[in-house]
Design a binder for this molecule. Structure first.
Ligand code: 13P
Length: 278
């Protein structure tokens, strides 16, 4: 098995009517936990990191680790730049060997989002990499200070956008938000269905933390092929680390590291089971 492109994984998921989990990572323990969960489940995953997280986890350290973990894995793994904000970061991720990149130009006017996406596709194609875009506004934030107000994706605009750009995957806004939901979200499955009816390419659901298993299954039945999980993995790692350090007088690094891996492993395993229909 190998490092593969996002496009390959999502087309396979489309044939099998599944979704592939895209798990955010910020250190070695997170990479190890996510990959071990995928290998034990025998399912592909996407390892991803968002540009805003690079302050904590520099790309020059994370990228070689993510790419190497994917190459050595017994399952197929795509390595993805989540919420790329600058062309410099997209260039860097591509030269480190990421097999897909997302440009988040969703807050720009429609035509500018199209133009920026086309520019990123041109860059990615040189490396044989895939591109994800977002249309509409997903709520919350991804490592940002500003909260974004949800604006659902318009199905006809999604069709025009995907036809014009030739992008490989489209992230939709259907009431989903990044971070922990204060109350259970009401996802607009009616809008997702309309988007799925007119858009040919695989659809992506951001803001996976806190969405129920039933909602995930319904989203997958309506064309969602990539589901992003970040906060739940960070929270699991922190929770398992705290439980360990609270349980002993003198915590040692090696047990702490193993607990961090386990926290991420448990969270990723649970999501893989739901997304793959196991
Ligand atoms: P959560 O942090 O809500 O899981 O969202 C992850 C995400 O969509 C990353 O782009």
């Amino acid at each position: 098995m190998a490092l593969v492109t996002l496009k390959d994984l999502l087309l396979r998921a489309e044939e099998e009517k599944k979704a592939v989990g895209a798990f955010s990572v910020g250190n070695m323990e997170m990479v190890m936990g996510a990959v071990a969960a995928a290998e034990d489940a025998g399912e592909p995953i996407i390892l991803q990191i968002a540009e805003k997280r690079l302050k904590n986890s520099p790309l020059s350290l994370m990228a070689p680790m993510m790419v190497s973990a994917a190459k050595q894995s017994s399952v197929d793994i795509a390595v993805h730049l989540d919420h790329g904000l600058t062309l410099d970061c997209i260039d860097a991720a591509l030269s480190y060997g990421f097999t897909s990149v997302m440009l988040d130009a969703s807050l720009l006017p429609f035509e500018e989002n199209i133009a920026m996406t086309q520019k990123v596709i041109e860059k990615a194609r040189v490396f044989g990499a895939s591109v994800e875009s977002e249309l509409g506004v997903v709520g919350g934030n991804e490592g940002d200070t500003a909260e974004h107000k949800i604006l659902c994706t318009d199905p006809m605009s999604a069709k025009i956008f995907t036809d014009k750009t030739g992008v490989d995957a489209l992230a939709v806004a259907i009431g989903n938000a990044h971070g922990n939901y204060p109350v259970l979200p009401e996802l607009r499955f009616d809008i997702l269905e309309q988007i799925d009816d007119v858009v040919e390419i695989p659809l992506v659901l951001h803001g996976g933390t806190g969405i129920t298993d039933d909602m995930f299954r319904r989203a997958v039945s309506l064309g969602i092929r990539k589901i992003n999980i970040a906060t739940a993995s960070f929270d699991h790692l922190a929770k398992y680390a705290k439980a360990y350090t609270d349980s002993v007088d003198t915590p040692d690094y090696f047990t702490l590291s193993a607990e961090m891996v386990k926290g991420v492993y448990d969270n990723v395993s649970r999501h893989i089971r739901v997304f793959s229909g196991k």
